[in-house]
Design a protein around this ligand. Sequence first.
Ligand code: HEC
Ligand code: HEC
Length: 330
Amino acid sequence: MSDFTDGFWPLYVAIISVVSILACGWLLWAAGKAKVNVQPAGDNTTGHVWDENLRELNNPLPLWWMWLFIITVVFALIYLVVFPGLGSFPGLLKWSTRGEHQQDVTRLRDQVAPIYAAFSAQPVEALARDPAALAIGERLFMNNCAQCHGSDARGSKSYPNLTNGNSAWLGERTAEHIVQTITNGRTGMMPPMGAAVGGDPEISELANYVLSLSGSPYNEVKAFSGKARFAVCAACHGVGGKGNKALGAPNLTDDYWLHGWGEAAIANIVKNGKTNVMPAQAPKLSAEQIHVVAAYVLSLSGNNAPAAPAAPAVSPGAATPAAAPASRTP
Ligand code: HEC
Ligand code: HEC
């Protein structure tokens, strides 16, 4: 049924449709009745001549053509009674494209329901070894996660690389954490710490100390002075900078830099803090689908291997100088 905004237009459309069809019928009937001025020559011509000798005959329409015309008119009338087309009249069959789509959706849901039921009966860890589940999980990932985490799940600046080993994750790389993150989303929050650290020189010293934790190139003199300032960071990132998964504070001693690598990137996050949000996916995905896509994510890195490098920073507003990659390979 069409979505007219008020009662006038359906009526307007319906009247035009019916009148046009009836007019077609009338035209056929009237044309058959009309008297043509047949010439006295008695040769059944109308007297119209073109190109010197092309004369118009007054023959009746061929019968097959007549019937085709009548059938078309009757078909149009039957169609308008059975299918939607007459203003907002839904038609006797109550057929609609929307209804047909809904039927398709229900049919497909019914088809996949037993498959998902079988998957739900197994723990995520077991599904992560089941090729059938992983094939579906990969589809779900491509449709719902790839726009942020990348089609290879390696993420980009501020979007975590999900193929990393556990030590580079914000939370524990467990089925529980993954299911929970997909279902409810998550918000990573580091407060701005500039005031607690001091001015730019102090922040630069601290940043060099942070770089020293991961064996990155750093200025030794600055790092030495910066060490004491790390005390305010240790509350979340741990005394040794190894991070705290319960707080979502990342490990600063590895080679994975979610928000960009280098002194400038670290100084920026210290000054401005960072609020990083993954929206909850529960409104879009059913619990069964989350179960399966979580298995796919869990399968992406089956060990605690060193962090895989992230895609280079692409954000134009990145605080990192263009030359510095978001992550370095060891
Ligand atoms: C709109 C972008 C967006 C979408 C869509 C999205 N994510 Fe995320 N995801 C993020 C961000 C940003 C974070 C990091 C949040 C933080 O810093 O705490 C994240 C974090 C995660 C984490 C936690 C990683 C860790 O280190 O602990 C997992 C697991 C995850 N996402 C999986 C998924 C899956 C699976 C999907 C699809 C069903 C998905 N995400 C869809 C943006 C997104
Ligand atoms: C209240 C807890 C908290 C404190 C205090 C804190 N951080 Fe953070 N920090 C976080 C969290 C949480 C994140 C991750 C944000 C996210 O999910 O994207 C983070 C991220 C970072 C990152 C980005 C890491 C990466 O992989 O890109 C750096 C660098 C960092 N913090 C340095 C510091 C320094 C230096 C200090 C001390 C001045 C500090 N943090 C203090 C919680 C904290």
